[in-house]
Design a protein around this ligand. Structure first.
Ligand code: HEC
Ligand code: HEC
Length: 206
């Protein structure tokens, strides 16, 4: 009798690690969380569409070297699994996508006004500089300063909290750790709510 190979293959034995992912394009490894269009629907996962290439690559290198560790695990795993070339090609793919649309949540006028003031003028009395000087539309492409407009408010708030507690400490010279410590919770929430609803110029994010 000819034995039938593979007869012992039951559904339970087909586990995730048996799915062949070797033919995937680099960015297809990311789409589950960050979306094919780079616009994740969940605040836990940052939107990557139209983000600056230099910033994305810096973050991926930082995850790979464990210089940035505030992701709860998935990015440390991903960056370990893929080569720097593959990660950079995923970063290129996302940076070239159309930037996200701003959130249309209704924000109380006083909260919006506070957020707008912090973004454009900072809080001089507390030595908090204007965010726009490093994060605004006018900052030259090719820099490592991330775009913040139209990002999920929840993601931005988590980053400010992580900087404040130094759970994220990959910011050159501690610049964001100092700024985050200077903002009260009300101020942090106001600036991220303002940013999530602010459109980004369609500059392609290079
Ligand atoms: C299983 C989910 C998951 C997958 C898959 C995943 N990511 Fe992420 N990624 C996350 C989470 C969660 C964060 C946010 C970490 C935090 O809270 O700081 C993140 C953050 C990032 C950041 C930082 C963004 C910023 O604004 O600082 C980059 C860049 C990034 N991911 C790129 C990628 C790329 C490229 C891939 C594919 C090679 C990928 N991710 C795959 C979950 C994932
Ligand atoms: C002097 C320049 C500078 C100023 C001013 C500045 N930032 Fe930043 N910010 C940076 C840099 C540089 C990074 C990226 C750090 C890294 O390499 O990971 C960053 C990162 C961030 C991030 C993380 C973004 C992401 O996608 O993960 C947030 C949120 C942020 N800044 C908010 C603010 C806010 C709010 C203000 C104003 C109150 C501000 N920043 C002012 C330089 C600045």
């Amino acid at each position: 009798m000819i034995p039938i190979l593979g007869l012992c293959l039951t559904a339970a034995s087909v586990s995730a690690d048996m799915i062949d992912t070797s033919g995937l394009k680099s960015w297809e490894h990311c789409a589950l969380c960050h979306g094919v269009d780079g616009n994740s629907r969940v605040a836990k996962f940052p939107k990557l569409a139209g983000q600056r290439y230099g910033y994305l690559v810096k973050q991926l290198k930082d995850f790979k070297s464990e210089t940035r560790q505030n992701d709860g695990g998935p990015m440390l795993g991903m960056s370990d699994q893929l080569s720097l070339a593959a990660l950079s090609s995923a970063a290129r793919y996302y940076s070239e996508l159309t930037p996200p649309r701003p959130a249309d949540d209704v924000i109380a006028p006083a909260v919006r006004a506070l957020g707008e003031r912090i973004f454009h003028y900072g809080l001089p009395a507390k030595e908090v500089p204007a965010c726009v000087s490093c994060h605004g539309d006018a900052v030259a492409d090719g820099t490592n300063f991330p775009r913040l407009e139209a990002q999920h408010a929840g993601y931005l708030e988590k980053q400010l909290d992580d900087f404040r507690r130094a759970d994220r400490d990959n910011d050159p010279g501690g610049v964001m750790r100092r700024i985050a410590v200077g903002l009260s919770q009300t101020e942090r929430q106001a600036v991220v709510a303002y940013l999530a609803g602010k459109p980004r110029s369609a500059e392609g994010g290079q």
